[in-house]
Design a protein around this ligand. Structure first.
Ligand code: ZN
Ligand code: ZN
Ligand code: FE
Length: 763
């Protein structure tokens, strides 16, 4: 048929998060609504649309393409060209075309409200179907084998759609129209419950009901989820939680709790509007909320802390379990201590044998391992503490496009990597600490997936300056055309600047536990003047010897001893730090300091928190990194306090901050009986004022008006908020981590930003 004279035709290309989010069905409905003909298809990471018809309808279509798009879609760019009308009088979704290009993959999304309604509707054919999904929700990244996103290239390929599901898939009016994950009890994946010895106990709905009953009895159940296994137990049962800790060899590190509704989350603590929005978002991170006094959660879930990590169930399977159990569940990653989470049924039965009593399995393969994300709200805005499910693998943008493809391998702890092509930075989900064979395998497997999905073969490797890190060795072993080392705290500052698109010099405060300094010492309380190409160290904490080296990160009394060696006159004030410590141990540590043997010098904010905790008599030994700091933050709460003094001195143009007077004052006041919470608050205020004053001074001297805050210490809300306010009150523009967290999870992105900039400059 020939096009009528009134027919106009246009070609549109839409870039952004447009695949796996119901974008094509949306386009179909919109075009049909406006009586337009043509087609829509996925091409690599973009969506191409050909439309033709009445010009007014066409204009309306274009406008609504932006305003009416599905909530989880994100349009970054819309290219428009006129086209030749081909007489199409209907609109079709056509087969995906495969081509090169930027290829965004959608993160896994929490079950939507419509699916939830069906899940609990006894009259719905998907009543209690644990794999209910639609075009707006369900797994994506974890089930995608390759792109473009179509069922045959996902782990749903094994499940042949039944006639009813297929009819829904084909029907433009159905909300599962072209939903690649569509399934039902007749054709979808199955669940079953087995004992630790592999014996199957029950199947399908019976398995979920039995798992729930056993959880209520206090047993530990390993549950196969979306990005891996969880270990679950009744969060209100202290004994069950303790048993889980013992078996998992996880001493005191807080555990996440899952509830089914926002109302149930509200029973556990005080929730602000922003926290509620974050809890209910399609990303569904674990959110740290302030624990209510009457919280039913067992104290062993987050000992010594004032917050509970809560998430709302995001898969239908979790919803069913929680509904049946009727109380909050601990949902912690299915692994031993710091290893990666298990994803396969066989693997879980093997690795979690000694931990779980029962295993709730399913047969939808998990192709990418991804942990739960963790976030908290500071000053009304989310701060990511771990970026994984729901966020990865969304692509971030670099302010300077790289002329070569890159792999930035990240740091040693809380590792992520970043794969770069041009200005697209593909930051991996949280991988974890790179100190086991399993975590290295996890790193390599995830990198393989990323190289596949994004079709990037890296030409240059970027790594931390630390020669001993396994990540550094990984980068060297890749034997690429080029290799670039980036200092840890430079990477922290670059990450924050780059995510805000800033390339001009900033004052960077990089506060964390440890990073290799360019003088060979341990850095971690650094004020830098930096841009993406380089940095100058403008201020730092006075160096303290850390007797025992790495051991000092777990034994705050050692850090206190190190500080005492700088001013031996402060002995009385430091007394609480060493109460009950074995004399021999202490003498040995003193020898290490004297002889400068296994006593590296450190300027570290994390260690300063440890020392403060020790001199206040709170903690001499920690069972996880950051424990002392988290407890101090909890003790300080939000009570107001005056700062105590620290000394500043100028050494060859570098400001050195001496915290010994502060530690001595804390110790003295504590021994005089001053409330420990007030002292914790004073400690925080002292750091805020000291860091703020130094930053202002450095900014003035360098004529810079922007300050970037990065590093794991800024996971501390009082510090982050306090320093930001201090600087803003003095007219400075403050950059805070948003898309990535403050901690080492952002290092690979910072490394990528620095390397891109250096390569673009021709270095
Ligand atoms: Zn849905
Ligand atoms: Zn079906
Ligand atoms: Fe760091």
């Amino acid at each position: 048929m020939n096009a009528s004279p009134a027919t106009t035709a246009r070609f549109l290309r839409v870039t952004g998060v447009v695949q796996g989010v119901g974008f094509r069905p949306f386009v179909y409905r919109l075009a049909t609504h406006h009586s337009l003909g043509g087609w829509v298809r996925n091409v690599a990471g973009t969506v191409e649309i050909h439309i033709e018809g009445d010009v007014e309808e066409l204009e309306a279509f274009q406008a609504e393409l932006r305003t009416e798009a599905p909530p989880i879609a994100r349009i970054d760019a819309l290219e428009l060209a006129s086209a030749l009308a081909c007489g199409a009088n209907d609109f079709r979704i056509v087969e995906s075309a495969d081509a090169e290009g930027i290829r965004p993959v959608t993160p896994d999304l929490a079950m939507c409200a419509e699916c939830e309604a069906e899940l609990f509707d006894p009259n719905d054919r998907r009543y209690r179907h644990p794999f209910i999904t639609c075009t707006n929700c369900g797994p994506r990244y974890t089930i995608v084998r390759s792109l473009p996103y179509d069922r045959e290239r996902t782990s749903m390929a094994l499940f042949r759609k039944c006639a009813v599901c297929d009819a829904e898939y084909q029907s433009p009016d159905d909300r599962r129209y072209h939903a690649e994950t569509v399934a039902c009890p007749d054709c979808g994946p199955q669940v079953w419950l087995v004992r630790a010895d592999g014996l199957a106990l029950s199947h399908e709905d019976g398995a979920i009901r039995e798992a729930a009953a056993q959880l209520k009895m206090g047993l530990i159940v390993a549950i196969r989820g979306i990005g891996g296994f969880h270990l679950a137990c009744d969060a209100t049962n202290d004994q069950a939680v303790r048993r889980l800790r013992e078996r998992k060899q996880r001493d005191a590190k807080p555990l996440a709790v899952m509830v089914r509704t926002i109302g149930q989350a509200g029973a556990l603590g005080t929730i602000s509007l922003q926290e509620a929005l974050l809890l209910c978002s399609p990303e569904r991170p674990v959110v740290l909320i302030e624990r209510a006094d009457e919280s039913p959660i067992a104290p062993s879930v987050s000992p010594g802390l004032d917050r509970t990590g809560v998430m709302i169930s995001y898969t239908p399977l979790h919803h069913l379990l929680l509904e049946d159990v009727g109380r909050p569940l601990v949902m912690t990653s299915g692994n031993l201590s710091e290893e990666p989470i298990a994803i396969d049924n066989e693997e879980a039965l093997l690795r979690l044998k000694g931990i779980a009593d029962l295993f709730l399995l399913h047969d939808r393969e998990i192709l990418s391992r991804v942990d739960d994300s963790v976030a908290r709200v500071v000053d009304g805005k989310p701060v990511l503490l771990r970026r994984a499910r729901g966020y990865a693998p969304l692509t971030l943008r670099l302010p300077v496009s790289s002329p070569r493809t890159l792999i930035a391998v990240g740091p040693h702890l809380k590792n992520t990597f970043t794969l770069v092509s041009h200005n697209a930075a593909h930051v991996s989900p949280h991988i974890g600490d790179l100190d086991s064979v399993e975590s290295l395998d996890h790193f390599r497997a995830t990198l393989d997936r990323y190289e596949d999905l994004f079709r990037i073969t890296p030409e240059v490797a970027v790594h931390d300056l630390h020669p001993g890190y396994l990540s550094t060795r990984l980068a060297e072993e890749m034997e690429l055309e080029g290799i670039i080392a980036v200092q840890h705290h430079h990477a922290h500052v670059a990450a924050v600047a780059a995510e805000h698109g800033i390339t001009s010099p900033v004052v960077g405060l990089a506060f964390d536990g440890t990073g290799f300094g360019d003088d060979g010492n341990v850095w971690g309380a650094e004020t830098l003047v930096a841009d993406l190409n380089g940095y100058k160290r403008a201020a730092h904490l006075r160096y303290v010897p850390l007797p025992g080296g790495d051991l000092a990160a777990r034994e705050p009394w050692r850090v206190a001893l190190g500080y005492l060696s700088l001013d031996t006159g402060a002995g009385d004030a430091f007394a609480l730090a060493f109460r009950g410590i074995d004399e021999g141990l202490r003498a040995n540590a003193e020898r290490q300091i004297e002889r400068r043997l296994i006593a590296p010098l450190a300027s570290s904010m994390g260690r300063l928190f440890d020392a403060a905790s020790a001199v206040l008599g709170l903690r001499q030994r920690a069972s996880y990194e950051g424990q002392a700091a988290m407890e101090l933050e909890a003790l300080a709460g939000s009570q107001p306090a005056e700062p105590l003094a620290m000394e500043l001195c100028d050494t060859n143009g570098v400001i050195v901050i001496d915290p010994v007077p502060l530690l001595a004052a804390l110790g003295e006041q504590r021994q005089k009986g001053v409330d420990v919470g007030l002292l914790a608050a004073r400690f925080h205020e002292s750091i805020v004022h000291m860091a703020g004053a130094v930053a202002v001074k450095v900014a003035d001297a360098a004529s810079i008006d922007t300050v970037a805050l990065g590093g794991g210490s800024f996971q501390n809300a009082r510090l982050l908020s306090g320093i930001r306010r201090y600087l803003e009150a003095r007219g400075l523009n403050v950059l805070v981590p948003r898309q990535l967290g403050p901690n080492d999870g952002a290092i690979s992105f910072g490394q990528a930003a620095v390397a891109s900039s250096l390569l673009a400059r021709g270095d």
